[in-house]
Design a protein around this ligand. Structure first.
Ligand SMILES: Nc1ncnc2c1ncn2[C@@H]1O[C@H](COP(=O)(O)OP(=O)(O)OP(=O)(O)O)[C@@H](O)[C@H]1O
Length: 276
């Protein structure tokens, strides 16, 4: 470890208490004292954060700072990693999502996820959207299902592009279309929260702009948490931004404050490009 890194680690441990406004009135999700370990190694340290309703919150920070790990706590996706252990309290409305009685499949319908690489099922465009609704028992009725598929695709701006080819394989769509299809699949089960882990990193600039526009529109009805490597993207799509460093939530505030008037030295160094 060189001196500069050493100093950063010291800054984080000496001053660790999240700067800004991590807590909100009447949040959608409430995270308290969350630690995450992979085996012996701690990846997230004592995070306290409220996720506001019908808002977009961005998670930013250098590679390996724990953004994805934190995001995956919010719908227990870390349960799929054997060595991963999460402690602390994570509430969705008034329910502790780590309660033993929680049905994780139901939880993931309430808190949906969109991944970095578009991952449509190897099925038709129609089936990709209808599948979740069927397995979650929303409807089996063909007319209702048709309506649900159409509405979900309309909301994702994809209907006009695919309505003549609903029975074709989803894998035949472009990358940007596939990602919008994955978002349509997530919203078809009417989630309360949508988690997005770098949803545009595999897309070209035009497809990225379309997905960003979609994220802004969806935030009218859904709570959205997005991990992004792009500060410009965080600035364009989110109302709040959370800056992570070495597993700690250093600063969170409304997005314009984080980018124009950061309160913590580490946030400032990151947004001015001095931490990569
Ligand atoms: N499955 C895993 N097993 C062991 N360690 C892991 C695992 N996933 C992540 N880690 C470690 O946890 C820490 C945080 O990783 P994480 O992927 O959450 O960071 P990130 O900020 O999302 O990084 P990136 O921006 O590069 O995607 C890193 O030190 C990483 O090596």
């Amino acid at each position: 470890m060189n001196n500069a890194q050493h100093t950063k680690a010291e800054i984080v441990s000496e001053t660790y208490q999240t700067t800004g406004l991590p807590l909100l009135d009447d949040p959608k999700m409430r995270v308290r004292n969350v630690d995450v370990f992979y085996g012996e190694k701690q990846a997230i340290f004592d995070v306290n954060l409220d996720i506001g309703r019908n808002q977009v919150v961005s998670m930013i920070g250098p590679s390996g700072c724990g953004k994805s790990t934190f995001l995956r706590c919010l719908n227990r996706m870390n349960d799929t990693i054997d060595i991963c252990r999460v402690s602390g309290e994570l509430m969705l409305e008034s329910q502790n999502i780590y309660d033993k009685k929680i049905d994780v499949v139901e939880l993931r319908a309430r808190v949906g996820m969109v991944f970095q690489k578009p991952n449509p099922f190897p099925k038709s465009i129609y089936e990709n959207v209808a599948y979740g609704a069927r397995i979650h028992g929303l409807t089996d009725n063909k007319v209702e299902l048709d309506e649900l598929v159409e509405q979900s695709l309309i909301r994702c701006g994809l209907w006009k592009e695919v309505k003549e080819r609903l029975d074709e394989p989803a894998t035949g769509l472009s990358g940007g279309q596939q990602q919008r299809l994955c978002i349509a699949r997530a919203i078809a089960v009417n989630p309360e929260v949508i988690l997005m882990d770098e949803p545009c990193s595999a897309l070209d600039p035009i497809a990225t702009a379309t997905v960003e526009e979609l994220i802004r529109e969806l935030s009218e009805n859904f709570t959205i948490c997005i991990v992004t490597h792009s500060m410009q993207q965080a600035a364009r799509v989110s109302q709040r931004t959370a800056y992570f460093h070495l597993g700690k939530l250093i600063e969170v505030n409304d997005t314009s404050t984080v980018f124009t008037n950061p309160q913590h030295q580490l946030t400032e160094e990151y947004i001015t490009g001095r931490i990569g």
